[in-house]
Design a protein around this ligand. Sequence first.
Ligand code: SF4
Ligand code: SF4
Length: 307
Amino acid sequence: MVQKQQRMSKGLVFDVQRYSIHDGPGIRTIVFFKGCPLRCKWCANPESQLSNIEIMHISNKCIRCGKCILLCKQKAITFKQNEIYLNRKNCNLCGLCVENCNTGAMKFIGKAFTEKELLSEVIKDELFYIASNGGVTVSGGEPFMQHSFLKTFLIECKERGLNTAVETSGYVETDIMNDILEYIDILLMDLKHVDDEKHVKGTGASNKLILKNWNMVARKTNNVICRVPVIPDFNDSIDEIYGIADFIKNIGIKEMHLLPYHKLGEGKYKSLGLNYELTGTQPPSNDKIQKYKEICESLDLKVQIGG
Ligand code: SF4
Ligand code: SF4
């Protein structure tokens, strides 16, 4: 049991979404932790990746008034081809542009919370959780990157009687994951590819640790659901989806979610000064996803399309 006096750390959160009916049962609040060790090419939340506060410039809110350029003492903001350009190396996050932009086009991504502050935020909807058998889901980014804060926040939730779910890439030291499992009611864990080379190509990291963790969680908990993002030119084939389903079936996992690729995060890349590599990629067809579902169900898995 973590002692009370230890529960004073701060965690970096980039969003809190209320009234969600995804990512666990019932009505839920989704808390998004900032920071991720992977760099999946299809990531829909690129603002989750860095473990520090950043500035986002939202072009379609910007009226190009130039006020931020005049205010920035670091000379980090300029006009380039009638667009605001932010030189992030020069920015010291003073916040002047954010505070003074009248249209909200400049925005901080990431806010520090103590466990108590975050708990106060999520219990605003406690009555909805009770009425719907819902609860709190911690997502990211990779929540286990802030494992001390994650653990103490989950303990606070459990002491309050809240149902807890955690979404993870599975890319975390096995001992760390094992240490926190007892505070998680539902683990939503990705398995993106069973082929290591392809995994490295798509995510920037090996799947060896992830496969090791799958074996560990299969032994330790019954409440784990495998999540598979279905990504064209990465794992979008019968053999590749079957390979994932077969792996989890063999270690005793019973349920999986197929999450078709979508392009909803694309616009955020530009706002963060990042390059989106999958610009021309189209989502897989419904027929294809349905076929994958049937193939996985043929292994006696319970399969859902979407989270
Ligand atoms: S970001 Fe805001 S302050 Fe800067 S030019 Fe756009 S609207 Fe003006
Ligand atoms: S946060 Fe401060 S330093 Fe950074 S771009 Fe805005 S005004 Fe400039």
